[in-house]
Ligand binder design. Structure first.
Ligand SMILES: N[C@@H](CCC(=O)N[C@@H](CS)C(=O)NCC(=O)O)C(=O)O
Length: 272
């Protein structure tokens, strides 16, 4: 069984797999704010494909009351659920707006990115969702998918002169936009049809481009992205990324990059 990092109850700990997935929004906020925290990366190859299903998953100290990752631990408590964890980190990092409407807008943007883009794409990578029906398209039909969701983010930035997603200062929503645009771009850059997909999704989005540049230039974000700790998880959208080519021999279907090539070529075909 993987050992949970031993820390004093007072110190914040973020525990998640060694990929970006559900963990990266809170990591970016914690690093950017310079929080004193433990960034525990759990190996997909060693733990998820090893003892997880019989051991760590059922340890409340490791995987929380809901038996999954991420968890945030602080002041003797263990919190599950990505939304709750990210909002908690945002609160203590100072990235949760205090005004109720601004707060609702920040949470709205994060939920849109999480539910409608990140988890939809991740589920399709794991073959739990369908690329055409659920990613290229959506509940509202073939035009309600990822192209529309990314255009929504451009609109959010366009409608606010400050350059931030909500109000006049940085919030959790800015980190969420930064993360999703960055991880999609990174993964598409590694596959054949990816550059065309990047152009389709982001080529006509000047506000997103400015926003990415602003976020990348933040000193603590830049330093984190240069670090070994980031290199262990930051390139992989899902746990499949860390498994690499072994997904085939393990009967887990296409690799993460093969999944991104499927998505990129489908986007290009749909736009033709
Ligand atoms: N609803 C939860 C889902 C958490 C979840 O499914 N986490 C995955 C990793 S991304 C996990 O730990 N899966 C292992 C398992 O459920 O046994 C959330 O949003 O945080």
């Amino acid at each position: 069984m993987s050992q949970a990092t031993e820390i004093s109850n007072d110190k914040l700990l973020i525990r998640y797999w060694d990929c970006s997935g559900r963990g990266m929004l809170m990591r970016y906020m914690a690093y950017d704010a310079g929080l004193d925290f433990v960034d525990e990366l759990v190996s997909v190859n060693d733990v998820f494909l090893g003892s997880w299903a019989t051991e760590e998953k059922f340890s409340p100290e490791f995987a929380g009351p809901f038996k999954a990752l991420p968890v945030v631990q602080h002041r003797g408590q263990t919190i599950n659920e990505t939304g709750a964890c990210a909002q908690y980190v945002a609160e203590i990092a100072g990235y949760m707006p205090s005004d109720p409407i601004a707060r609702a807008k920040a949470v709205m943007i994060c939920a849109h990115i999480y539910e409608d883009v990140l988890i939809t794409v991740s589920d399709a990578l794991w073959e739990f969702k369908d690329w055409d029906r659920d990613v290229i398209g959506g509940f509202g039909g073939p035009a309600a998918g990822i192209m529309l969701k990314i255009a929504n983010l451009e609109d959010v930035l366009q409608q606010n002169d400050s350059g931030f997603a909500v109000g006049n200062e940085i919030s959790m929503a800015d980190f969420a936009i930064f993360y999703i645009v960055d991880i999609l771009t990174q993964r598409f850059q590694s596959v054949e049809s990816g550059p065309a997909a990047i152009e389709l999704l982001f080529g006509d989005k000047p506000r997103i481009a400015e926003h990415q540049a602003m976020m990348k230039a933040r000193p603590n974000i830049a330093a984190y992205r240069e670090s070994e700790q980031w290199a262990r998880c930051g390139r992989y959208m899902s746990g499949k990324g860390t498994i690499g080519d072994k997904t085939h021999e393990l009967d887990l279907g296409p690799t993460e990059l093969e999944g991104f090539e499927i998505l990129a070529s489908k986007l290009v075909t749909a736009a033709a």
